[in-house]
Design a protein around this ligand. Structure first.
Ligand code: ADP
Ligand code: MG
Length: 244
């Protein structure tokens, strides 16, 4: 479960082509990042996968079912996390599970604790920092029943220290929950550190420029960021992203 297949997806706004025949896949339990510059169409791609808008051309399959324009098939956390201000943190993280009728409060409490949010179960979103809200939004995704989780630049607003902690936390959670993750970022190091595979987009309009399979074994830790092999990968990808 959680296999995504994107076939020749195209989308224009007026006469501006944003996506042009974008094709890639995410396998069961795989962590795949979409890496591309700002404005290259990453969020647009996610809106299509989330069923918030429909493609002009192309198909989106989840576990063999066509999901073009279908909402709720995947768990989607938008670029700005959207906790409901009138619900407590516990009520917020249970939202997706509640809609599907598969609410498990004990799981939610355990994950809140693991995310370092213990004691904030009854707090409201405005009482939390940006990083804490982001973690709460993740927990909500992880507790939702969907087999594929899509995260749109979840760490781009965080400072470097918080970002590293959050990346490590996301990896540790993902390693024990093993869902498929499609992750959007414009940060090269982040993509290498987290992913099994990286899809590099070229912009205007977005096309798949190249795919990289990242061989580093798991579990990964922050020391990886300083290794020579890691820097080699970074160089190779920077080369791919720059215009020649
Ligand atoms: P990214 O997430 O990679 O930064 P986006 O997908 O948000 O990029 O945007 C890609 C391009 O599509 C931008 O030029 C943006 O202005 C345009 N765009 C996105 N959504 C709309 C929309 N609803 N109407 C018109 N243009 C849009
Ligand atoms: Mg975006």
């Amino acid at each position: 479960m959680g296999k995504l297949q994107i076939n020749k997806l195209s989308k224009s706004f007026g006469n501006k082509a944003v996506l042009d025949k974008v094709t890639f896949s995410v396998n069961e339990g795989e962590f795949v990042s979409i890496l591309g510059p700002s404005g290259s169409g990453k969020s647009t791609l996610f809106h299509l996968i989330g069923g918030i808008s429909v493609p002009d051309e192309g198909d989106i399959y989840l576990d063999g079912d066509l999901i073009n324009g279908k909402r709720g098939a995947i768990s989607y956390t938008p670029q700005a996390p959207s906790l409901l201000p009138w619900r407590t943190i516990l009520q917020n993280v249970l939202l997706g599970a509640e809609i599907s009728g598969k609410k498990n409060e004990q799981d939610a409490l355990d994950m809140i604790e693991r995310a370092g949010l213990g004691g904030y179960e009854k707090a409201y979103p405005h009482e939390l920092s940006g990083g804490m809200k982001q973690r709460a939004a993740f927990i909500r995704s992880l507790l939702s029943p969907q087999s594929l989780i899509c995260l749109d630049e979840p760490f781009s607003a965080l400072d470097e220290f918080t970002r590293l902690d959050m990346q490590k936390w996301l990896l540790s959670i993902w390693e024990s929950y093993k869902r498929s993750i499609l992750f959007v970022t414009h940060n090269i190091e982040e993509a290498i550190y987290l992913s099994d595979r990286i899809i590099v987009l070229a912009a205007n309009p977005a096309t798949v420029k190249r795919e990289f399979t990242i061989p580093f074994e798991r579990p990964r830790d922050k020391n990886l960021l300083l290794k020579q092999d890691f820097l080699q990968w970074k160089k190779a990808i920077i080369k791919e992203l720059s215009w020649e």
